[in-house]
Ligand binder design. Structure first.
Ligand code: NAD
Length: 329
């Protein structure tokens, strides 16, 4: 793809969108449109040399503005958050269907060459995630459908919207199923944060305050895999620019329990905390990680940043944000 083709990043004020814009700039792409509904001062990363637009992409007309003259469009816009948010805001999560539906229509009508949709491991059948030591999820495990209520159903529906726009209208849509993404410049407090950022914040606050305690949602035995943001951004572009048309896992295969995640952050911070377990807090499925057989077969690649390394960078960034007195959103 030529470096002067117009690329539209929808959800660019968010965590993954902001990181994608930063990466595209660093590769020398010269025409980037960054779109988000948040006011500019709330974007995690914003660059003056790209076209920045504040638009509500649930509105159809806004999606046509986002897609006009565009070669490649990345849809990373969604009303989302960690378990604490999605378990309590199912209708809001489902309303993101408007974003992808209107973006697909706009991409079709504006002649967009490539379209990327960010789906999620939350599409996978809940029955396959009941134990802590579940086998990693492979792409076929999305059916028969029993996704996460609200958020997961919206993702699964939108995946299918992409598929049918490809089949019926020739839209070159690519779909990734991300498994928990973490890293600097993302949400770390306020209720939408995910486990890695929440653990970093809690450990940093304990260290700074000298109150050496931490609360953990559930028993801490829940297992997950966590993908560092640079792997996410790399895999996203690789998929978008490829000829592979089916939804595919982009996630780490390094599965840990939440207790092990806390161990890692304690070690990074050089503290040991008294743990208390909040058994009635939202905790999601018992076990989930990414089976990377397909992505290795197709791309000879899989996310490879070690959790320990990625968490070190994430902890350092969140610690600094707290010390500077910044708030997340
Ligand atoms: P994020 O919340 O940081 O970013 C999403 C952005 O979309 C936000 O800045 C938000 O303001 C914007 N947005 C929401 N509604 C909008 C609207 N109506 N119009 C314009 N902008 C709107 O989330 P993220 O972590 O960057 O996630 C990006 C995408 O990846 C989302 O689709 C998400 O569901 C998906 N995903 C993320 C993860 C993860 O672990 N972060 C995992 C699986 C899937």
């Amino acid at each position: 793809m030529a470096k002067d083709q117009l690329i539209s990043v929808c959800g660019a004020g968010g965590f993954i969108g902001g990181a994608l814009v930063a990466d595209l700039r660093s590769q020398g792409y010269t025409r980037i449109r960054a779109v988000d509904q948040k006011p500019f001062d709330q974007w995690y990363q914003r660059f003056d040399d790209v076209e920045n637009l504040v638009l509500d992409l649930q509105e159809k007309a806004a999606c046509y503005t986002a897609a006009k003259d565009v070669h490649t469009l990345y849809n990373l816009a969604a009303d989302m958050g960690g378990m604490g948010f999605i378990e309590n805001n199912k209708a809001l999560c489902m309303l993101s269907v408007l974003i992808n539906t209107h973006l697909c229509m706009a991409a079709r009508d504006c002649g967009v060459e490539r379209f990327f949709y960010a789906s999620s491991a939350c599409v996978y059948n809940g029955d396959k995630q009941k134990t802590f030591d579940v086998p990693a999820l492979k792409e076929a495990d999305a059916y028969p459908a029993l996704p996460e209520d609200g958020y997961g159903w919206e993702k699964l529906f939108s995946e299918r919207m992409c598929r049918h726009f490809r089949e019926d209208f020739g839209l070159k849509a690519r779909v990734a199923r991300y498994h928990n993404v973490y890293g600097p410049f993302g949400t770390w407090d306020g209720g939408r944060e995910k486990a890695p950022a929440a653990v970093c914040r809690k450990v940093a606050l304990a260290k700074l305050s000298g109150k050496l305690e931490i609360d953990i949602w559930g028993t801490g035995d829940q297992t997950r895999s966590f993908m560092y943001i640079t792997d996410c951004v790399q895999g996203t572009q690789m998929l978008t620019n490829s000829d592979f048309i089916e939804p595919i896992n982009i996630g780490s295969a390094e599965m840990v329990s939440i207790n092990q995640l806390v161990d890692i952050v304690e070690e990074i911070a050089g503290v040991k905390l008294q743990r208390s377990y909040k058994l009635d807090a939202p905790k999601g499925v018992n076990g989930r990680s990414s089976d990377n057989t397909l992505i290795k077969e197709v791309f000879n690649w899989e996310p490879n940043v070690r959790l320990r390394d990625g968490m070190e960078k994430t902890y350092a960034w969140i610690y600094d944000e707290i010390v500077k007195g910044n708030k997340s959103l």
